[in-house]
Design a protein around this ligand. Structure first.
Ligand code: HEC
Ligand code: HEC
Length: 456
């Protein structure tokens, strides 16, 4: 808020302005969360969607409200209308937030704290925004929290970023580097080369995998899709994504089980645009011969195709290798030595997992590293742009993926709902090569295949 008002003195010191600022990083303040069972509603007003919060007393008599990213900050996306225009007032839990930009968010907070943590301005702003704060919390902020923050800022003096590693792009995070930091494992090049960005996936059909993560590094001990084993592994995701200790993460296994019970039923909303079902039928045949061996067989008798078998295929398809490399043997050892050693079987160095395909129409950009903006470009590599924008985007129903102009930016007149960033595929970790399946098909066959993929 203080930085915002410095930049724009007319910005009112209100919660509305705060929401405007946070929305730019891709945080959502929806009016509705769609697709949940009728009995579940979630509070969607005061804090960004997915923020968990509670009150702690770090020392006797103190009181501080703390907040942290929760699952839905990353795993709830915006709804789209029949033309592919986003509606950030409607969120869909289970779909990916393809706009959340934790790199820009972390950096903005770091720079703002560096500029405004001395003096009283920060506390005064907290008072203005949250007049309901009581004296105990106010005193805790002044005498406990701010001194800690200033101490940390002093340690970081002379550094350009708060974190030793880059924290991703809109819709992509850097969980491997975060896990290395949490487990004390050495980061590549001291951190700045640890760019194993991974796109946030749609969560549908993930309960059909026995090997999780982009590289399939985490297998269930039994090698099956036993929900209790998948839930145990998923509770470990709170270590890199939320910063909890491995010991504490175990306490969340029951909640992760409940999430997996929901995931077994969750399907992304159906494709909202026009569909040519006859064309999609032809596409289903092409999928069966060209794609199903790795991505699983679908049966299509009802409204939507259903995943019949899933092979859990892992291998090298020529895509950017950095993410697979950064999960190195030192990190594998650290996970094995953690309190999760008996719940996660770690195996590395095989390439990438072929993910179950679900909600593709809304989850662009594609591949583990978000390096390809549309399905048309994925299936026809010559069309893959070197550089394109992502974040706050609209969707395109022809190429299926991001709606882009020829220069890779957004079409004239389009106003993104969050601040976009460039994906520069010449940068380490963001290479857009490989996975050339579909490139020997005719144009008509590719179009039919894409029509089928819209249904998944
Ligand atoms: C900071 C963003 C973020 C948060 C917060 C987050 N996730 Fe994820 N999640 C991701 C990303 C990125 C991936 C893909 C990781 C990969 O494939 O390597 C993922 C993958 C998953 C998967 C699929 C695993 C697979 O490999 O198929 C599940 C299930 C999941 N998350 C559940 C959760 C749950 C439950 C929570 C809350 C406890 C959570 N996530 C919190 C970003 C996040
Ligand atoms: C030999 C196995 C194999 C075949 C055959 C194959 N794929 Fe893939 N596919 C993969 C792997 C592995 C990945 C993950 C690669 C990565 O992210 O680096 C992938 C990723 C994808 C993705 C990106 C998913 C996402 O959420 O970003 C799509 C879409 C896809 N494949 C579609 C297809 C289609 C359509 C075909 C058939 C024309 C096909 N694949 C054939 C192995 C395969």
């Amino acid at each position: 808020m203080l930085s915002e008002r410095k930049h724009d003195p007319r910005a009112e010191p209100t919660l509305d302005t705060l929401r405007t600022v946070l929305r730019r990083f891709g945080f959502l303040y929806p009016n509705t969360a769609e697709g949940l069972p009728g009995t579940i509603t979630i509070e969607v007003t005061s804090k960004p969607l997915g923020m968990t919060h509670g009150t702690i007393a770090p020392i006797g008599g103190s009181k501080v409200e703390v907040a942290n990213l929760g699952c839905a900050s990353c795993h709830a996306g915006v709804a789209y209308d029949a033309q592919g225009n986003p509606d950030p007032a409607r969120a869909v839990p289970g779909m990916p937030n393809t706009s959340l930009d934790l790199e820009s968010y972390t950096q903005a907070i770091f720079l703002a704290m560096r500029e405004h943590s001395d003096g009283d301005a920060l506390l005064e702003m907290a008072d203005t925004l949250f007049p309901e704060m009581d004296w105990r919390e106010r005193a805790s902020l002044r005498w406990l929290v701010l001194p800690l923050a200033r101490g940390r800022l002093e340690e970081l003096a002379g550094r350009e970023t708060a974190l030793p590693f880059p924290n991703g792009l809109p819709g992509a995070t850097n969980g491997v580097a975060a896990l290395k930091l949490q487990t004390g494992t050495a980061l590549l090049g001291g951190g700045f080369q640890d760019r194993g960005f991974v796109s946030i996936p749609d969560l549908a059909l993930r309960h059909r995998r026995s090997r999780l993560l982009a590289d399939g590094a985490y297998s269930t001990p039994s090698g099956t899709t036993a929900p209790s084993e998948l839930a145990a592994i998923t509770s470990f995701f709170t270590v890199p994504s939320m910063g909890v200790s491995a010991e504490k993460a175990r306490e969340y296994i029951p909640q992760a089980r409940a999430i997996f019970a929901w995931l077994a039923d969750y399907r992304p909303p159906p494709f909202p645009g026009q569909l040519d079902r006859a064309k999609a039928r032809r596409g289903a045949g092409i999928y069966a011969t060209q794609c199903a061996a790795c991505h699983g067989k679908f049966e299509w008798s009802g409204a939507r195709p259903k995943l019949a078998t899933f092979p859990d295929w892992v291998g090298d398809v020529g895509t950017d290798s950095l993410r697979a490399q950064v999960f190195d043997s030192a990190l594998a050892e650290a996970v094995r030595a953690s309190s999760y050693g008996d719940m996660i079987r770690v195996s590395i160095g095989e390439g990438y997992a072929a993910p179950p395909l679900a909600g593709l129409w809304a989850s662009a950009p594609y591949l583990h590293n978000s390096s390809v903006p549309t399905l048309a470009a994925l299936l026809y590599p010559r069309q893959r742009p070197r550089r394109f924008a992502v974040g706050g985007h609209a969707l395109d129903w022809n190429a299926v993926g991001l709606r882009l102009a020829d220069d890779g930016g957004y079409p004239d007149g389009y106003v993104p709902f969050s601040t976009p960033q460039w994906v520069d595929t010449s940068k380490p970790g963001l290479g857009n090569k490989g996975h050339e399946f579909g490139s020997d098909l005719s144009e008509a066959e590719r179009a039919a295949l894409i029509e089928f993929l819209k249904l998944l």
